[in-house]
Write a protein that binds this ligand. Structure first.
Ligand SMILES: Nc1ncnc2c1ncn2[C@@H]1O[C@H](COP(=O)(O)OP(=O)(O)OP(=O)(O)O)[C@@H](O)[C@H]1O
Length: 254
């Protein structure tokens, strides 16, 4: 569904990666693993259409994002949700924060506005808000102020907001890097739930165990490109690329 082909990306004269290809299908979880600073965040921002690649294409359902005009690209971008390493919540209730995902979506078109109007209850809180909060096991905190949450809970709310946004593709940039095992497990279950909803998920993580737990396929980003992409068990049990093998076995590879 989301397909990146032969991407090259730089900041000024500093090339981050070259000729990198990656795709994620409906209802599939792809993990991108690689050492710190290798370019995982840059790749996700490129897939999110927030950064134009120097070269290569990003297509969503066959539409090449950088070959269409800006308004069409914006509508492609709106089908992509993102969760960052740090939660970024407003000074409002948990429910309002999640509802924001719906509101953003609602502002897109009159058709959607009409559809969402029908699911919004009289006090302006949608069932979808609670459904999303249930996925991250926080429905009981819907009325609590976001500022009173722990860091892990706040990150779970960010995830719920991304789900309420109802994206076709969800990009997760180190979503659990600051979290304890309990909060990490909730987020990983939520990744499963996203997959069950048919969302294509790309998760960048430096945690190989996490990749092993959540991903259907793994792409290994080493040096300046993806050395190997394969089903998760192949990457961890029988990778074909020598550099992938070294990285998986814990050797430092840059
Ligand atoms: N906005 C920017 N301007 C210039 N250079 C940048 C910018 N963002 C990232 N870089 C550089 O690009 C390279 C890749 O960074 P990126 O954040 O994509 O890597 P990463 O794999 O996500 O790292 P980490 O796992 O530590 O978050 C790094 O050398 C970084 O310093």
């Amino acid at each position: 569904m989301l397909r990146a082909t032969d991407l090259t990306q730089s900041y000024g004269s500093e090339q981050v990666f070259r000729e990198l290809s990656l795709e994620v299908d409906t209802g599939e979880v792809v993990a991108v693993i690689g050492p710190s600073g290798v370019g995982k965040s840059t790749l996700l921002r490129t897939l999110a259409l927030a950064l134009a690649p120097d070269d290569g294409t990003v297509t969503l359902d066959g539409t090449a994002a950088w070959a269409v005009d800006e308004s069409e690209r914006l509508s492609l971008r709106r089908r992509i949700g993102m969760v960052f390493q740090e939660a970024n919540l407003f000074d409002a209730s948990v429910a309002r924060n999640v509802e924001y995902g719906l509101r953003v979506r609602r502002s897109w078109s009159d058709r959607l506005r009409t559809e969402l109007h029908s699911i919004l209850s009289s006090n302006g809180t949608a069932d979808a808000v609670y459904e999303s909060l249930e996925v991250v096991e926080l429905a009981d905190k819907a009325d609590q102020q976001a500022g009173s949450l722990s860091g892990g809970e706040a990150q779970r709310v960010s995830f719920a907001r991304a789900l309420a946004y109802d994206p076709d593709v969800l990009l997760l940039d180190e979503p659990t890097s600051d979290l304890d095992p309990r909060n990490t497990a909730v987020i990983e279950d939520a990744i499963d739930a996203a997959r069950d909803r048919g969302i294509g998920v790309v998760v960048a993580t430096h945690d190989m165990h996490q990749a092993e737990r959540v991903a259907d396929r793994v792409a290994v980003l080493l040096g300046d490109t993806v050395t190997e992409t394969a089903p998760t068990e192949v990457i961890f049990e029988d990778p074909s690329d020598a550099r992938t093998r070294k990285f998986i076995s814990g050797e430092l590879v840059y």
